[in-house]
Design a protein around this ligand. Structure first.
Ligand code: ADP
Ligand code: MG
Length: 266
């Protein structure tokens, strides 16, 4: 890849716990092009979350380099505020504040980043509309379903218009129908914004449906075992799920992860 916006080169991450050393990541090499939507799939414990924590500068690598938007991270100091603002992070558990309304929850990152302008107000409205939550803007989280919480978590992560979005199993806790609906909504938002998205999942179908490329990982130690391109036209729809080639992609990835490990994650 000529000019990746995110580049991870020869990254190792060791965790020293009281009892033992854990090689969470071993010689990870990954590149993400500007505007790409790339998934990372693999069994629980293979280091998926660790990778995006490194990109988000929550933790530092044991060795190796991480370069984002032309800046190579310094392993001795935190990344700049400017860089933090370019990054968005969406977690599996949305953790909304119960005493804030839907809209106030969504706007929280704007307060944190000190961003206020009509442009961002407009973005809040647009994102609420996108996930069909406009009429719940003044509702409180306790009045909403789990799927709605997840939608709020997703748009909250992109309200400050990050250039790069890291999504860590954001739909893992949802039923299949809700997940598929949100997958399609995510594709719409992605196409409209042109964001670079790293999407982490242990759901193989979800990875194939969404991504242009998929990194497949294995655990102990966490490592990349394959990288494949998913060649379907866009915009993609849920009709793809019934496509024969789609099934072949899924089978290929499942075989790479390995039957035994797959059983563990289902
Ligand atoms: P995944 O997201 O793929 O499930 P993680 O990145 O969370 O995997 O974890 C990878 C490995 O590193 C696991 O064995 C996990 O227990 C270990 N690990 C992650 N974070 C820490 C930590 N802060 N301290 C010790 N071990 C950790
Ligand atoms: Mg994880």
């Amino acid at each position: 890849m000529e000019h990746p916006i995110i580049s991870i080169q020869h990254v190792n991450k060791l965790f020293n716990t009281k009892r033992h050393k854990i090689q969470a990541l071993q010689d990870i090499n990954m590149e993400f092009g500007k505007g790409e939507l790339v998934s990372i799939v693999g069994p629980s414990g293979c280091g998926k979350s660790t990778i995006i924590r490194l990109v988000d500068d929550i933790i530092k690598p044991t060795d190796g380099t991480i370069t984002v938007d032309g800046i190579t991270y310094d392993n001795n100091k935190p990344i700049s505020k400017e860089m933090i603002r370019k990054l968005g992070f969406i977690f599996q558990v949305p953790n909304l504040y119960p005493w804030l309304t839907v809209k106030e929850n969504v706007m929280l990152p704007l307060r944190i980043h000190g961003l206020s302008s009509p442009e961002y107000d407009e973005n809040v409205q647009r994102l609420l509309k996108y996930v069909d939550m406009e009429r719940y803007a003044d509702a409180y989280p306790s009045e909403l379903s789990g799927g709605m919480h997840q939608k709020i978590g997703v748009i909250r992560g992109m309200v400050h218009k990050p250039e790069m979005l890291m999504m860590d199993e954001p739909f893992g806790a949802l039923d299949e129908n809700t997940r598929e609906m949100l997958n399609i909504e995510l594709l719409h938002i992605w196409q409209e914004t042109g964001m670079t998205i790293i999407f982490i999942t242990h759901n193989v179908e979800e990875a194939v449906l969404l991504s242009q490329r998929v990194y497949v990982m294995a655990s102990h130690p966490g490592r990349v075992v394959a990288e494949l391109e998913v060649k379907f036209d866009r915009p993609r729809t849920l009709d793809l799920l019934a496509d024969r080639t789609f099934g072949e992609y899924c089978t290929k990835i499942e075989n790479l992860i390995g039957k035994i490990e797959l059983k563990q994650i289902k």
